[in-house]
Design a protein around this ligand. Structure first.
Ligand code: BDP
Length: 328
């Protein structure tokens, strides 16, 4: 064969091989996120996808589906568990019904503040919660900030616990929250996030509870103008991956995936602090009446029975609750 032809042939074989090997090995994961473009979690998850693609040279790509287009949070958690989806950014609240250890994070006023929450999640208690998730097919890669959840209502502000009496308050999907609202004499109504705007507007519920960025990004503030800084729940969020998918990765890829998630969390936490302030400013400028709850003690006291009832039902989680409370 002519020398030139030979060279050309080996080049085309090489190109073919590279192309073939690349397609054979390349995987595309699908990821779920409930938040809209520009939200700290959305930007964080996009960053995660970007780093993943870059550091694996495109062997692993993550296609993110934002704005909850792939369905409700409880359904998406199930999908990531069974492998219909591979990745999700989940609030640990709706994890509780499946993962008992996660429920301790939904106990009112369990954390002193956000730094305490992160110390807990990155310490021994976080390990136990991760182990509980792993048993149910989910690996937690990194923690996102979700601020603190406070009440907002349509007809009158909440200034003390008894104001919630007789009110119908939307909560996330977890019986613990129904108990929490009942402790205040209200009626907790579990409902998908996507339905809250209309339910507030039509008076199906009298209020809901969330952090500043979600209250603002969903425009709930247009229908519920009274926001009271009770800050009764502080629930972290995870970047979670299907356990089988993760365990089948090479050690090198596991490291890339974990680091990508951690770096995305660093960005998310930075953006979170900024967005919380910006959201508060935005809703205040739009006419929201903020009731500053300076003394949280009456709310803590009113919600105390939630802890007792939880521990009575879950005696084995007592040590985890203690561990969290005793984490400096
Ligand atoms: C937001 C969480 C999101 C929840 C939502 C809710 O980030 O995961 O779905 O609250 O209230 O703060 O449903």
């Amino acid at each position: 064969m002519h020398k030139m032809k030979k060279i050309l042939l080996s080049i085309s074989i090489a190109i073919f091989t590279i192309a073939f090997v690349n397609t054979a090995q390349a995987v595309e994961w699908k990821g779920w996120n409930i938040h809209v473009p520009g939200y700290p979690n959305t930007v964080g998850m996009d960053k995660f996808a970007e780093i993943l693609k870059e550091r694996t040279n495109g062997r692993i790509t993550l296609k993110m589906f934002h704005s909850g287009v792939l369905g409700s949070q409880p359904d998406a958690i199930e999908q990531v568990r069974v492998g219909g989806l591979q990745i999700g950014n989940f609030n640990m609240g709706p994890m509780g019904p499946i993962i008992p250890e996660a429920n301790v994070l939904s106990l009112p006023f369990i954390f002193k503040d956000t730094p305490h929450m992160f110390r807990v999640m990155n310490g021994a208690a976080g390990e136990q919660i991760n182990a509980g998730m792993a048993k149910k097919g989910l690996i937690g890669l990194a923690w996102y900030d979700s601020g603190a959840r406070s009440f907002y209502t349509t007809k009158k502000p909440v200034t003390e616990p008894k104001d919630v009496q007789g009110m119908k308050i939307r909560v996330m999907n977890n019986d613990l929250y129904v108990g929490m609202i009942a402790a205040l004499g209200g009626n907790g109504t579990p409902m998908a996030f996507s339905e809250v705007f209309t339910s507030l507007k039509q008076g199906v519920v009298d209020g809901a509870e969330n952090n500043w960025p979600s209250y603002e990004s969903t425009r709930h503030f247009e229908n519920a103008k009274y926001y009271s800084t009770t800050q009764h729940l502080m629930i972290p969020e995870c970047v979670c991956i299907n356990a089988d998918v993760y365990s089948k990765l090479s050690d090198e890829d596991k490291k890339i995936v974990k680091e990508a998630a951690l770096e995305s969390a660093e960005l998310q936490q930075e953006l979170w602090a900024k967005r919380s302030k910006a959201s508060r400013d935005k809703v205040t400028a739009a006419g929201v009446q903020v009731t500053e709850i300076k003394d949280k003690a009456p709310f803590m006291k009113a919600m105390e029975p939630v802890h007792a009832a939880f521990l009575e039902k879950n005696p084995s989680l007592k040590s985890l609750v203690e561990l969290i409370k005793n984490t400096d």
